[in-house]
Design a protein around this ligand. Structure first.
Ligand code: PLP
Length: 387
């Protein structure tokens, strides 16, 4: 059975061109980029070429603003802890939102235990943060605002340029977790007044375990990983050259086909969403109807459990994701679905399907054939569902 993978918000397949670009750096150019012999220098050249590729994709002013990390979680931790501690003489207040990824939320909660104060801004029913709320929350002791570019569960895109302009005017640092946005929507760190930005290769057809943090020139933050002098002394550890080469290639490919890819994916996404809404009763779309990632279809199916739906789909060859935090062993619905005001039972019945640049119309049509039968089946078994 051909499997249909619609969980691209969790991770994506590494593109064959990316794997091909990485391969020589495992067995041929395996030098340490800090070594001064030829193999080391060649690794160093590859490292700097990848830095330029990332800088170009983000419209950074200079490549030196890009620091490589081990992924999105590390970039988020570094940006937030690094900025909080570097600026604690000015103040110990941070602002974020209720719907951030746990890499941001749990970092902020940890900082609260270290004596920092954090404001968690609410979002509206579509999952949007209000820029006016951000402005109102800024205090004289606020040092950092962190708002994600687009949400990983709902796909809702935030008013990043507007928030960036407010933070710049008020002299507060602005970080954005753009892990879901890179490769999906245009991001320009200069036009959007972004001071720090987190990204992760495996969310846009690059390899896992490698990411980057953009830090605008002139912004000082504390280091997170201490040791050698790599990454201008800011992030220690022998560089993951194959991974970094893969990240550079993946972001270059994503940037080159951004518009075309986004147009194609949003057409497929809309076909999927409207197909589901037409075929299945008592279903609602979660997230913003228009300001959403081109690959995200998150819907709630009344009277059934998202988990059961997910497992039945998996048996039928379709990979998706449900909205509860089952990975953490908890039965609570996700903090994001609760933050947009969904009642528990509706949040429990949610299913996220996320497309990749390799998703086809045949995949979508197959899901539209399979899904209604599974939903009907599960509802017929549900004590809550009355026809
Ligand atoms: C996946 C994800 C992360 C974590 O990235 P990793 O590279 O898996 O550590 C952080 N933020 C968002 C929004 C994500 O989707």
């Amino acid at each position: 059975m051909e499997r249909i993978y619609l969980d691209n918000a969790a991770t994506t397949a590494t593109a064959p061109e990316v794997v091909e670009a990485m391969l020589p750096y495992f067995t041929q150019v395996y030098g340490n980029a800090s070594s001064i012999h030829q193999t080391g220098r060649e690794a160093k050249r590859a490292l700097e070429a990848a830095r330029r590729q990332v800088a170009q994709a983000l419209h950074a002013a200079v490549p030196q603003e890009i620091y490589f990390t081990a992924g999105g979680s590390e970039s988020d931790n570094w940006a937030i802890k690094g900025a909080a501690f570097a600026n604690q003489k000015k103040g110990r207040h941070l602002i974020t939102t209720a719907i951030e990824h746990h890499a941001v939320l749990h970092t902020c909660q940890w900082l609260e235990k270290q004596g920092f104060e954090v404001t968690y801004l609410p979002v509206d029913h579509d999952g949007k943060v209000s820029a006016a709320d951000v402005e109102r929350a800024i205090r004289p002791d606020t040092t950092l605002v962190s708002v994600m570019t687009a949400n990983n569960e709902l796909g809702t895109i935030q008013p990043i340029a507007e928030i960036g302009a407010i933070c710049r005017a008020r002299g507060v640092l602005f970080h954005t977790d753009a892990v879901q946005a890179i490769g999906a929507i245009p991001v320009d760190v200069q036009a959007m007044n972004i001071d720090m930005l987190s990204l992760s290769a495996h969310k846009f057809h690059g390899p896992k375990g490698v990411g980057a943090l953009y830090v605008r020139k002139g912004v000082r933050i504390d280091g997170l990983v201490h040791g050698g002098a790599q990454e201008r002394g800011w992030r220690a550890g022998t560089e993951n050259i194959p991974g970094i080469v893969g990240l550079g290639k993946a972001i270059e490919l994503a940037a080159a086909s951004l518009d075309e890819n986004a147009a194609r994916m949003s057409a497929l996404r809309d076909r999927l969403i409207s197909g589901i809404l037409e075929r299945i009763p008592e279903v609602t779309l979660n997230g913003h109807p228009t300001d959403r990632l081109p690959n995200n279809a998150n819907l709630s199916y009344r009277y059934i459990e998202g988990e059961a739906l997910l497992l039945r789909l998996d048996l039928a060859g379709v990979a998706g994701s449900s909205g509860s935090a089952c990975t953490s062993g908890s039965l609570d619905p996700s903090h994001v679905l609760l933050a947009i005001g969904l009642p528990h039972e509706v949040a429990h019945g949610s299913l996220r399907l996320t497309l990749g640049s390799d998703t086809t119309q045949a995949d979508i049509d197959a899901v539209l054939r399979i899904l209604p039968n599974i939903v009907e089946d599960l509802r017929n078994m549900s004590a809550l569902y009355k026809k």
